[in-house]
Design a binder for this molecule. Structure first.
Ligand code: IMP
Length: 192
């Protein structure tokens, strides 16, 4: 089976992606290759950050690999927080503070449309490829559910009445931004 390193320190993402690629691609973690450093994310686009992370692993460790970067784009906030979703409420990447800031900014606003967008950068040998996935939905007035991570308790995907944190990993892994990007990468890798 094909082996690829997934350049993330996020245990939730790693579990989601391993489940999505199960039986088709073996996904190695950064711990599996002895990488414990924090990879800097200094670009101002999702694609730029995904490429930085994947190139870092290729350059320093030599493995074929992929990395993802995700942003939450809220229509009435002009697409914010977007590429700055992780540090929306400050440098320390605190999901609770990020969600509170989002609820504060949307207070009194009826139009709560938003999208999650994931960009995946895949590096195999000298070749770099980009895949994108998007899921549209809306931001709740208050948090609901306890599964998932990040902004999941506030995001209801179109066609559903529950948040990603209520729908659970199995449903999220079929319809999410990351699932859609991973599906494209899988089709490319396996020629399906
Ligand atoms: P990054 O892709 O790890 O840089 O994530 C950017 C921000 O979006 C962080 O605050 C994450 O917690 C959040 N995020 C990334 N993926 C998801 C997801 O699948 N659900 C909810 N929040 C997410």
């Amino acid at each position: 089976m094909k082996k690829l390193v997934f350049a993330t320190n996020n245990a939730h993402k790693l579990r989601e992606v391993r489940e999505m690629l199960e039986g088709e691609i073996t996904v190695l973690s950064l711990a599996d290759i002895g990488c414990s450093e924090t990879i800097p994310e200094t670009a101002d686009t999702l694609q730029g950050n995904a490429l930085i992370k994947a190139r870092y692993i290729k350059t320093h460790y030599g493995y074929d690999c992929f990395a993802d970067d995700t942003g939450l784009q809220v229509v009435q906030l002009g697409g914010r927080p977007g590429v700055y979703s992780a540090r929306y409420a400050g440098e320390e990447c605190d999901p609770e503070k990020n969600m509170q800031k989002l609820l504060g900014e949307l207070e009194g606003i009826d139009d709560r449309r938003a999208s999650f967008i994931t960009v995946v950068a895949l590096i195999q040998g000298e070749e770099e490829k980009i895949f994108e996935g998007e899921v549209k939905g809306r931001i709740l007035e208050e948090k609901q559910g306890s599964e998932g991570f990040g902004y999941d308790p506030l995001f209801v995907p179109d066609g559903y009445e529950e948040s990603f944190a209520q729908l659970g990993e199995e449903t999220k892994n079929h319809i999410s931004h990351r699932a859609r990007a991973m599906q494209k990468m899988k089709e490319y890798l396996l020629g399906k």
